[in-house]
Design a binder for this molecule. Structure first.
Ligand code: 13P
Ligand code: SF4
Length: 350
């Protein structure tokens, strides 16, 4: 058996040999070894924008989860090939919006609820959901631009149907000053939905999805860390529940968290409520600051962690022999409508 060091050396060699035709993109939640050898590291917005700019590489190796590889496939010309080293690496949050259920709710909403509804999906959603949104006059958002997208959607219509992350939807709506009584939580059997009276006045309708990593942070974690480290600054991802976001000093996408920590004074102490790999890496990147897991020892995203150096090595060595494995290809009709939705987001946010 080869050691981890040998595998990493072999990956670097293969990457160098294939450098005329491959580019490696990695999300911040990936394992450190993968991040260390990636060509571009970013949050989901940055990776979507970078994928759209790639011109001269045939193979985009995507160290992330399935919906991110789908977005890269949708945003790049058809002759680009997007590869996911671990094909089973999905995002459980994305899978919480099932298209049959979403279409059933949509039909019932159009039938029973007055006013124009604009569907908006978080980028953590399947291509089929993005296509649904694209076909119905809506768009996509990320945790970095959700506020701007809400402004846009509420100019286009009377209500937003927000998919699939109820916490990002709620946090964004509340940050815009939309009162809780105008935020409606969809619940129950989505194939036979029954709505309460207050849906008619609501401005934002939230799908009942959540990220099981970020949902684990609790207000007790914030209270505990503040007691232990007086003066600590708490920053969390907006996929955390609203009570946690409200107790934190700030919230934002992974890129925003990175920027805030980077720009803070030497000696600053931070507690960060997001995926554990990223939080540990912040401490390595900024040794003059103290970076703590909001909840010790931190929570990893199981599916992000499924991409290992071994799997990346296997994919690259197959590629070097001319074998393309684990391609993520979105069906053309889905890709066309999902492109409409994604492109609208890039237009709105610049
Ligand atoms: P970002 O949009 O901040 O990259 O978040 C993606 C994600 O999966 C968060 O859990
Ligand atoms: Fe999905 Fe949560 Fe993992 Fe992000 S951290 S990929 S939202 S399960």
């Amino acid at each position: 058996r080869r050691t981890q060091d040998q595998i990493l050396t072999d990956i670097r060699t293969l990457k160098h040999e294939l450098s005329h035709e491959i580019i490696l993109l990695a999300h911040h939640y990936q394992q450190d070894e993968i991040v260390a050898i990636a060509d571009i590291v970013g949050d989901s917005l940055k990776l979507a924008q970078e994928a759209a700019k790639i011109r001269n590489k045939k193979y985009i190796v995507f160290a992330g989860v399935h919906f991110m590889a789908e977005s890269a496939d949708i945003l790049t010309p058809p002759d680009r090939v997007v590869l996911l080293p671990e094909p089973k690496a999905g995002c459980p949050l994305a899978e919480m919006a099932d298209i049959t259920e979403v279409e059933s709710v949509w039909r019932t909403l159009k039938d029973q609820v007055d006013g124009k509804i604009i569907p908006v999906t978080y980028i953590n959603s399947t291509a089929v959901i993005k296509a649904f949104v694209g076909r119905n006059g809506g768009t996509v958002c990320t945790s970095g631009n959700a506020g701007k997208i809400f402004d846009w959607a509420l100019k286009q219509g009377d209500k937003i149907l927000f998919l699939p992350d109820r916490y990002l939807g709620e946090n964004t709506a509340l940050a815009k000053g939309i009162p809780p009584e105008l935020i409606y939580h969809l619940k129950g059997d989505m194939l036979n939905p029954v709505f309460q009276e207050d849906i008619h006045t609501a401005k934002v309708l939230l799908w009942d999805g959540y990220c099981s990593v970020h949902r684990r942070f609790k207000t007790e974690d914030v209270a505990h860390i503040r007691k232990k480290y007086p003066g600590v600054r708490v920053i969390v991802h907006p996929e955390c529940s609203h009570d946690v976001v409200a107790q934190a000093d700030d919230s934002g996408s992974t890129e925003k968290i990175l920027r805030q920590v980077e720009q803070s004074k030497s000696g600053s102490v931070w507690a960060v409520g997001t995926e554990a790999h990223m939080v540990n890496r912040l401490q390595d990147m900024f040794p003059d600051k103290t970076i703590l897991q909001l909840s010790n020892p931190g929570y990893q995203c199981v599916t992000m962690s499924m991409t290992t150096p071994e799997k990346l090595h296997h994919l690259l060595s197959e590629l070097s022999k001319g074998h393309v494995i684990h391609q993520v290809r979105v069906k053309p009709d889905i890709a066309r409508d999902a492109y409409t939705a994604l492109n609208k987001m890039l237009d709105i946010t610049g």
